[in-house]
Design a protein around this ligand. Structure first.
Ligand code: SF4
Length: 78
């Protein structure tokens, strides 16, 4: 993980998510399962290692974390 930035935006690709629940287990304040699909918190968050853990633990890499300022990908690692 290179530049962490000062605020992050979370997103989940609903078409890719398989509803494993890993992200909601790791970061329950940031991800919620709704009808078997993870929904990320909409508002930008302060950089949070739990968000990175969730993104890197997702078995199908459905989670993206981007810097709110310049949109660069923070996690998962390519
Ligand atoms: S860890 Fe990935 S596949 Fe599992 S619920 Fe979260 S976004 Fe979906």
């Amino acid at each position: 993980m290179s530049d962490r930035g000062t605020a992050w935006r979370l997103s989940v690709d609903a078409d890719t998510c398989i509803g494993s629940g890993m992200c909601a287990g790791i970061a329950p304040g940031l991800f919620t399962l709704v009808h078997g699909v993870s929904v990320a918190r909409e508002a930008p968050i302060a950089p949070d290692p739990a968000a990175v853990d969730a993104a890197e633990s997702c078995p199908v890499e459905a989670i993206s974390i981007r810097d709110a300022a310049d949109d660069h990908l923070v996690a998962p690692e390519p």
